[in-house]
Design a protein around this ligand. Structure first.
Ligand code: SAM
Length: 205
């Protein structure tokens, strides 16, 4: 579960990304997810998978949701806990095995964190999510987009090994684990983004 890259880069990462969202679209996508969760009135917190510095966990809490951040990097979590002492953060990974099995989960968000998991392991991770959620539970996944239709490709991320997914491939992986795509928001590369990016909302079947 070690994340040596993020442990070593936590301070630089925080200095480089002082705000959780680089574009209004990112913020609106997360806000739309939060509103979808809130409108269902389901029990349990939203889990922010790969929460990093905890800024999005805090954004969700500000929108009235109980939220928990989970991340394998001790140093990213140390900063998150320092910045947001009133929120819950857990050291763990995307399988959610480190969260109590009896904890109901109202929603799952994973922004630019599943990119660090080898693609062959993603189906298992998503099956873990399915086993922890009930029908209708929303999940939001964000990642850099592969330029090749239907493909996953590794890219030279500065902190840790990473893969970018074509949205159709991501939707297929989610579907295979029991989550149906509801919408996707795609942004094109610009001066601050080398790659196109997708935020995809899906719900548990
Ligand atoms: C690019 S940062 C994104 C942080 C945050 N989600 C955001 O949107 O600002 C990627 C995060 O994913 C975490 N991560 C890496 N491998 C992971 C895994 N297997 N499970 C969960 N999180 C992981 C890293 O420690 C890091 O904090």
């Amino acid at each position: 579960m070690a994340q040596p890259g993020y442990d070593a880069m936590a301070d630089l990462y925080a200095a480089t990304f002082p705000h959780p969202f680089l574009t209004p679209l990112e913020e609106h996508a997360v806000a739309a997810f939060a509103d979808t969760v809130r409108d269902r009135h389901a029990d349990g917190p939203v889990v922010d998978v790969g929460c990093g510095l905890g800024q999005v966990t805090a954004f969700l809490a500000k929108r009235g949701l109980a939220s928990i951040g989970i991340d394998p990097s001790e140093q990213m979590l140390a900063r998150a806990t320092r910045e947001f002492p009133h929120l819950d953060f857990v050291r763990g990974d995307a399988t959610l095995e480190q969260l109590g099995v009896d904890l109901p989960i109202a929603g799952i968000l994973a922004r630019f964190s599943l990119i660090h998991i080898p693609p062959e392991d993603i189906p298992d991770v998503l099956r873990c999510w399915a086993s922890r959620t009930s029908a209708g539970t929303p999940v939001l996944v964000a990642c850099q987009i592969s330029s090749h239709a239907g493909q996953v490709e590794q890219f030279d991320h500065k902190v840790a090994p990473a893969w970018r997914w074509h949205p159709d491939r991501l939707a297929a992986a989610l579907s295979g684990a029991g989550f149906d795509e509801v919408w996707r928001a795609v942004s094109q590369p610009d001066d601050h983004h080398r790659f196109a990016e997708v935020h995809m909302l899906a719900t548990r079947r």
